[in-house]
Design a protein around this ligand. Sequence first.
Ligand code: FNR
Length: 191
Amino acid sequence: MADKALNIISICGSLRKGSYNRIVMNALPALAPEGMQIKEAPPIAEFPLYNADIQNSTGFPAAVQTLADAIRSADGVIFNSPEYNFGIPAPLKNAIDWVSRVPNQPFAGKPIALQSASPGPLGGGRVQYDLRRSMVFLDALTLNKPEIFIGNCAQRLDDKTGRISDEQTVGLIKQQLAAFAKFIGAHGGKS
Ligand code: FNR
């Protein structure tokens, strides 16, 4: 059974310790359906700002190669990201930009699921359209539904305990992860 487990990695778009999106990400392993394992991806925080001169002189930074390898060997990727100014937070966009230039581009054909949380009412919904658009360019396969936008997240995520305090949110995330497992199977991944 172990060799059939789906190996999913999650990437958090927020670097701050108390991140609401990180609370959601940290909860995922326990909410995954049977046969799905979710682990945090290698870190993006130390990536230099993307500059083709680095790539062309000293090559891709080791941390970029590490993330690219992790994405390539994963059965799917989950982005847990806030919305910054209606778009993708710079550290996450920078990570996507770096990885997108690595030969044998790792997002190609990769199943992707999106989750966002915000203290605002829309739950960071707009960042998801930016992420979808970048994933289209990279030939990734992004799950359409169910969508996870956690609005008014300060009432649903407890930043003192680091847990999801709202059962409806827990239920929606479980539904999305189950749908993601089926989606990966339908696209030729393990099922
Ligand atoms: C924000 N925030 C925000 N929220 C939102 O719903 N839409 C937005 O466009 C923005 N823009 C924005 C820009 C910048 C630079 C910051 C720092 C914040 C608020 C944001 O959702 C809030 O700070 C979250 O708590 C950030 O996510 P984490 O760090 O808690 O995961």
